[in-house]
Ligand binder design. Structure first.
Ligand SMILES: NC(=O)c1ccc[n+]([C@@H]2O[C@H](COP(=O)([O-])OP(=O)(O)OC[C@H]3O[C@@H](n4cnc5c(N)ncnc54)[C@H](OP(=O)(O)O)[C@@H]3O)[C@@H](O)[C@H]2O)c1
Length: 433
């Protein structure tokens, strides 16, 4: 009976989780797959640090070629992250006719087309379940469970750091800086959190997910991005009063043969299922032509949940190796279901806007006039504090308006002498009711 031999490159957080699960669940996996999954080599730059899982030192190497070029290894699992040398490692493994599993969303977001093409050319599989939303089987859902569906829209909470910070700001009425500090203390945020809080990690994941959903190559540069660092405790409190929560959303929508993809903070109605996704949890809400709405929810990061996704890929490839399945349904089929990617300026949505204005008569009238000149009508407005010569927030919700009109109006409004800070905008998607 054939065994499945794997080699792991990157023995960090996820690598540890995968090795631990492959060892501790060996008998269970053998029962499910009918063959044993053996770890033949583990490569890492650092072989000295203690790991939570003990392995035979003879398995360890610093040289990735001992994995990619090893004739006995069937599957190479890349878990180092980053662009290089991860890209070279994967290409080398594919050229050597190894199946590859990766969790590397940063790499896939830019180079997926070439990597999937190389896998196809070499007659091997490239799977990446762990690259989006950690342990949640969202790619598998798109590849298999929803294979008959056309995807209309994706709304994802795919960054646990941002979701934790926004949840803390809301629960404890604290500002962004304090919530970030707390996230760092709890291990939910990196020392240098820009990739997460400025939205780029969500962009990487959306580039992968939206390309799969819409059959068109979407790269990070096609996705409008705004992070959560300018969101204040006051914005969250106003949103709460008006029946919304603030979430960092990764959104991709198809309209006819056009798709729009963006990542930004958004107001989500409290009655929408995404509103209750709190803390470090992730969720992906899909609307499809056959199933309608569906929500996938769970842990989007961490050694154990992410290992769950990697092992699911091992089992899928294992079935191909042992001949139980001729091939997996590919992750991305570039069938050009859409022709073009919409530009940010063409979006239509509702907007929450907070202006920081000097408290004197006539300011609100001036702001309203500029908005109306740009075809933006106000749904409701709130101006609470009334202290002479102090800066007070004017907070409003608009009706649906075009993004390019809003940008022009805000440039004018922010240049008024009575407006003292850059205005804050949070989009309120009409579909998140
Ligand atoms: N952590 C999560 O919860 C999670 C969830 C989903 C997906 N992912 C993805 O999974 C991948 C791994 O993430 P991670 O959190 O496990 O990262 P990590 O803890 O930093 O582990 C990466 C490991 O790879 C090693 N490494 C880096 N470059 C190498 C090279 N050239 N050759 C050999 N080893 C090398 C690193 O060593 P040094 O530390 O010495 O550099 C480190 O031990 C990333 O693509 C990440 O985006 C992570």
């Amino acid at each position: 009976m054939k065994n499945i031999n794997v080699g792991i490159i990157g023995f960090g957080t996820v690598g540890n989780g995968v090795v631990h699960a492959l060892i501790s669940k060996r008998a269970y996996l053998r029962k499910r797959l009918g063959v044993s999954v053996n770890i033949l080599k583990i490569c890492d730059k650092d072989l000295r640090s203690r790991r939570s899982v003990k392995v035979d030192r003879r398995l360890l190497t610093k040289n990735y070629r001992q994995v990619t070029d090893n004739p006995n290894i069937d599957i190479v699992i890349e878990l180092i992250g980053g662009i290089q040398p991860a890209r070279d490692i994967i290409m080398r493994a594919l050229r050597n006719k190894k199946h590859v599993i990766t969790a590397n969303k940063a790499l896939l977001s830019v180079y997926k087309k070439g990597l999937f093409a190389a896998a196809k050319r070499n007659g091997v599989q490239l799977l990446c379940e762990a690259s989006v939303a950690g342990g949640i089987p969202v790619i598998k859902a798109l590849r298999e469970g929803l294979v008959a569906n056309r995807i209309n829209s994706i709304y994802g909470i795919v960054n646990g750091t941002c979701n934790y910070i926004l949840s803390q700001m809301s629960e404890k009425s604290i500002d962004f800086k304090d919530a970030l500090l707390e996230a760092k203390k709890k291990g939910y945020a990196e020392k240098r959190p820009a990739l997460d809080v400025e939205g780029h990690d969500s962009v990487h994941k959306l580039a992968v997910l939206a390309s799969m959903a819409f059959g068109i190559e979407i790269k990070p540069r096609d996705i409008y991005v705004e992070g959560i660092s300018s969101i204040s405790e006051a914005d969250i409190a106003y949103a709460d009063e008006w029946g919304y929560v603030v979430k960092l959303l990764a959104i991709a929508k198809r309209r006819g043969r056009e798709v729009a993809a963006r990542v930004h903070p958004a107001l989500v109605s409290k009655s929408h299922p995404l509103a209750s996704v709190d803390g470090s949890f992730n969720a992906v809400f899909l609307n499809t032509d056959m199933l309608g709405d569906t929500l996938l929810y769970g842990k989007g990061a961490g050694a154990v949940p992410t290992a769950s996704a990697v092992i699911s890929d091992i089992i899928d490839i294992g079935k191909v190796i042992i001949g139980e399945s001729s091939a997996n349904i590919p992750g991305i089929v570039y069938d050009n279901q859409v022709d073009s990617i919409k530009k940010k300026d063409d979006f239509y949505t509702r907007y929450y806007i907070r202006f920081s204005a000097i408290d004197k008569p006539g300011v609100l009238a001036k702001v309203s006039k500029i908005l109306s000149e740009h075809k933006i009508s106000i749904a409701f407005v709130s101006q609470k504090a009334r202290r002479r010569e102090k800066i007070v927030p004017i907070v409003m919700m608009t009706h649906e308006a075009k993004e390019s009109n809003l940008s022009k109006a805000l440039r004018k409004i922010d240049s008024l002498s009575a407006i003292k800070k850059k205005s804050i905008v949070i989009r309120a998607d009409m579909e998140l009711k």
